[in-house]
Design a protein around this ligand. Structure first.
Ligand code: ADP
Ligand code: SF4
Length: 677
């Protein structure tokens, strides 16, 4: 192979099996799990088809005492779980990849809300996630039982066809890890005290798994080697190092990362490509076994470098494989510019947290492989030679134009602004969001290859312009505008006193119109925008306070694992935080806040107010063109993205993609447009 990245395509033995290359999809949650086995199998199968040499499951519960409900993970409690997981192993094998299964007993991280079994732990301790209840302190019989359940689950995984069977100790989420951590293990028997004793349970699990399935299956370990907690936790220079040294040659493969999940899945706002290397790079020096490491690797240069420098043997990836299931094949074919790079937004994570099938900002087909039959690299060819006019070059319009063009339709996209990209171009210029530009860059690159798609920036369109252009089919992706009157989730009437204090919206700030002096950012949007703008304003020299009716700043970012980091950053920047505070009115020199529950009012001095509340869809063009549709002057008219219903960028991309897939298809509005599991 002459490919400059040939080293990434070398086969690598893992115990008794051989991975066809160095691309390793590490375990990742997906909100489908045991409940949607066909969706899951199709999603994993597409990754294998795209060239990932190893494709793993998410956490798979080994027993009903490790019931992660309400979260939807894998289940191998009993024999009946085998058939569902075999679907996935088969789908992965179909493309010549190895299938890995991450067996776990989650100890006190499993609240057992469904099974109602007592949770287990090295000591009696509170369940995770602030769930009421505690674990039962395990006795020796409990320890023997869990070992037996793990062994039985490993045998079932082997029966399901898996090639790599994990013993899991990452993320502070597993019983094996709980035994190893001093803060959870106060035992005085041979499972507590010295590190060797605390590691004993994990060692036994690995040894017994090897004994049970090691003849045909590789046994992998997933370990968080640093928790970023300093001396209270495992560190890569302390016990993390020592654990790897102790168990160095025992497993067939080391899959190492940092903990907790928010550190492991750091967003691009806080972490850059390869960010875990500083913690995991010691592992290869202690073992002759292959090592997998993650760090949101999306560029082949960084991957090659990590292998060459001896940091890892396998490029581990969850998010880069979600954003682009065909990433390995694109590198193999040297189609580097076609890689749809992950933007590090963690919308994929939010789906697992919210108990719905996985979705991705960059890859609208993610999670839709089975239920809608969508493939990331294939789309139905055009049914006709129709030409389509798309108005608006934000994420919705660009994705729609790209996917229609890929189908073979002729597309004319017009955009009012000189720069394409809509909100993505603007938001990517905000602090920490630079990688989000990849949403725009990838689409422009792809559109550049489509001869029948033409882009016209700097072309604001009226309804008359649209009709004059003479297209039969018009798709409107005209976006949305932030409200200026305070109406949002918390307030349903315009704010009293408007006009007495300078008021700004995110649109103003993104257009470079910044307030000065003491500024109150009022966040009734609850995702990233309020916090990001507070950061922008501090950097611009303002004295910033952030008020929100929610209990936490940027409350929804809990689902993207960012909330604690955002709050810490705002506190570091000196932003005064006022939570559970609604905005009651404005007056010259200040705003009046009212406690969101008690109603008690207080005045916050301010020279300006930034309102991050609702958005209004820019649907004027749609309303103006509807009569033309009714009069038969247009064959079809569709409004998509934020112009239809303001939402996150992932939804705008999805909406644009959906419109392209559905173009010239008969749609039955009375039925779900997908298969339901
Ligand atoms: P979405 O997230 O739905 O893609 P955006 O707000 O990011 O929405 O993008 C909408 C784009 O549409 C913006 O770039 C805006 O300039 C453009 N636009 C809005 N109205 C018109 C119009 N009448 N003619 C041309 N472009 C328009
Ligand atoms: Fe990456 Fe965001 Fe897609 Fe997750 S949702 S894979 S973080 S682009």
């Amino acid at each position: 192979m002459t490919n400059s990245f040939a080293i990434l395509f070398e086969p690598v033995p893992i115990g008794p099996v051989i991975a066809p290359n160095r691309f390793y999809q590490v375990p990742h949650c997906n909100g489908m799990g045991y409940r949607m086995p066909r969706s899951l199998a199709a999603m994993r199968g597409v990754k294998a088809e795209g060239g990932w040499g190893v494709v793993c499951t998410e956490e798979v519960e080994i027993h009903h005492s490790s019931d992660l409900a309400p979260y939807i993970e894998g289940r191998l409690w009993e024999e009946r779980g085998v058939a569902a997981l075999a679907l996935m192993a088969d789908a992965v094998h179909e493309h010549g990849a190895l299938a890995g299964v991450e067996l776990t007993h989650s100890g006190g991280n499993a609240s057992n809300l469904y099974s109602r079994t007592a949770a287990l732990g090295p000591r009696a301790m509170g369940l995770s996630g602030f769930n009421p209840g505690q674990t039962r302190r395990m006795d020796k019989e409990d320890i023997r039982n869990v070992r037996r359940w793990h062994r039985a689950a490993a045998l079932r995984a082997k029966e399901a066809g898996f090639d790599i069977i994990y013993c899991y100790a990452a993320h502070d989420l597993s019983l094996a890890m709980h035994f190893m951590l001093r803060r959870y293990n106060d035992r005085t028997d041979e499972y507590g005290g010295s590190l060797e004793n605390r590691v004993r349970f994990f060692r036994e699990l690995i040894e017994e798994t090897k004994d049970a399935v090691g003849d045909r299956c590789a046994v992998a370990v997933r370990l968080a080697v640093d928790e970023l907690l300093g001396e209270d936790g495992i560190t890569s220079q302390g016990e993390g190092y020592d654990i790897v040294a102790m168990l160095a040659e025992l497993p067939d493969l080391w899959d190492v990362n940092i903990s907790d999940w928010s550190n492991d899945s750091g967003t691009s706002r806080f972490e850059k490509e390869g960010y875990q290397e500083a913690y995991t790079n010691f592992v290869k020096s202690l073992t002759s076994k292959p090592v997998v490491g993650v760090g949101r690797y999306t560029t082949p240069e960084a991957m090659l470098s990590a292998v060459r420098r001896g940091v890892v043997d396998f490029i581990g990836a969850a998010r880069p494989s979600i954003a682009d299931p065909f990433l390995p094949n694109k590198i193999k074919e040297e189609r580097i510019e076609d890689i749809r790079e992950c933007i590090g937004c963690n919308i994929c994570v939010s789906a697992d947290m919210l108990l719905v099938p996985i979705r991705c900002t960059q890859n609208p087909t993610m999670g839709e492989e089975w239920r809608r039959g969508w493939h990331p690299e294939r789309i139905a060819p055009a049914r006709s030679a129709q030409q389509v006019l798309v108005v608006g070059g934000g994420p919705a319009g660009l994705e729609c134009a790209r996917a229609l063009g890929e189908r073979g339709y002729g597309v004319t996209l017009v955009e009012a602004r000189k720069e394409l990209g809509g909100r993505v171009a603007l938001e990517a210029a905000l602090p920490g969001l630079g990688e989000w530009r990849r949403v725009l860059d990838w689409r422009l690159t792809q559109i550049g290859k489509l001869e029948k798609v033409t882009l016209y920036p700097g072309s604001p369109m009226t309804a008359a312009d649209v009709l004059e252009a003479g297209f039969d089919h018009v798709i409107l992706a005209t976006g949305a505008t932030w409200r200026r009157d305070g109406v949002g989730r918390h307030r349903w009437r315009p704010l009293p006193g408007l006009g007495s204090l300078p008021v700004f919206t995110p649109d103003d700030l993104m257009a470079g119109r910044l307030p000065q002096g003491r500024v109150v950012v009022y966040d009734d949007d609850h995702y990233y925008m309020g916090g990001v703008l507070a950061e922008l304003l501090v950097k611009a020299g303002c004295q910033v306070a952030l008020a929100t009716p929610a209990a936490l700043v940027s409350e929804w970012t809990q689902y993207t694992l960012e909330q604690a980091r955002i709050q810490a950053r705002l506190m570091d920047l000196g932003v005064a935080l006022h939570t559970q505070q609604g905005l009651a009115s404005v007056q010259a020199g200040g705003v009046t806040l009212a406690h969101a529950i008690a109603g008690e009012e207080r005045i916050l001095p301010a020279d300006a107010l930034v309102l991050v509340t609702d958005r209004l869809p820019n649907d004027g063009l749609y309303q103006a063109l509807k009569p033309a549709l009714a009069a038969g002057k247009l064959a079809s008219l569709r409004v998509i993205g934020d112009a239809e219903a303001p939402h996150i960028i992932a939804q705008a991309i999805f909406s644009g993609h959906l419109a392209a897939r559905e173009f010239e298809e008969a749609i039955d509005q009375d039925r779900a447009p997908f298969q339901v599991e």
